[in-house]
Unconditional design. Structure first.
Length: 256
């Protein structure tokens, strides 16, 4: 697949009900020769029309708009959501909801030119990868009443917890309101592997496979955590290069 950012300009749409806010983003985008302005919308309703008509690659989307807000726009677009969505708002309370909705970034007004440039660069990377291969790199979670961001690579393992999932990061655990299946689809399959219907593991944290007292295999993490490997997911795990190496090492050490 050719890199879109090398061979084609990136079509960007600006959606905000405040003319000054649209003008500020427009000015910054026009400084980048790689960007083509797909249009401006002053409402959610107009945004839906322009997105369907112009098919932009990147949308800077205001959260609060009368009648139809940014989240309504994404919900109504369904599978037609553009590859990169950057929410722009003056309120930080929507950050968690924005990332749960699939936003690439969250620009808090007023933002600096440097912060905007970082957001634009991330959008270019996402678009270059292609919407089908983009993977979840950061996860927004609530912590002590605030929103914090976890790098997915920092997660040791993930556990199903009713309508939530528990993200185990070192000695800390964070709850996220997403299903295991949904989260699994967004994570990099090279880095993460489902080992049980209720467990996903970061392969870089795996130390060995061992045979449990009940005759079932277990995954042993570097910190000593032991996780059940179900027969349903054993083949998938053993199909990874890292897991195959672990299996070989375990065989040599008599674990089998």
């Amino acid at each position: 697949m050719q890199d879109k950012t090398e061979n084609n300009r990136i079509r960007a749409l600006i959606v905000d009900d405040e003319p000054l806010a649209r003008s500020s983003i427009l000015t910054l985008l026009r400084k980048d020769p790689q960007i083509e302005i797909a249009g401006e919308a002053n409402s959610g309703k107009e945004a839906l029309h322009l997105i369907s008509q112009s098919r932009p690659d990147l949308v800077f989307l205001d959260v609060q708009m009368p009648g139809c807000d940014g989240f309504d726009v994404l919900e109504m677009l369904g599978a037609r959501v553009p590859p990169a969505i950057v929410f722009v708002t003056a309120h930080d309370k929507y950050a968690l909801k924005a990332f749960e909705a699939g936003a690439l970034d969250y620009l808090l007004k007023p933002f600096t030119n440097a912060r905007f440039a970082r957001s634009l660069e991330r959008a270019k990377e996402r678009i270059a990868l292609g919407s089908q291969t983009a993977r979840l790199e950061r996860i927004a979670v609530k912590n002590a009443g605030k929103v914090m961001f976890l790098n997915s690579s920092d997660i040791d393992w993930i556990e199903a917890a009713d309508y939530y999932v528990s993200l185990h990061v070192g000695a800390s655990t964070h709850l996220l309101r997403r299903s295991m299946n949904d989260l699994e689809e967004d994570l990099d399959p090279i880095a993460f592997c489902r080992i049980h219907r209720s467990t996903i593991v970061n392969l870089s944290r795996v130390q060995e496979l061992s045979l449990g007292a009940d005759g079932e295999y277990e995954i042993v993490l570097r910190d000593g955590t032991r996780l059940r490997l179900s027969r349903r997911y054993r083949k998938e795990l053993l199909g990874t290069k890292l897991a195959q190496k672990i299996a070989d090492d375990s065989t040599n050490n008599g674990a089998y």
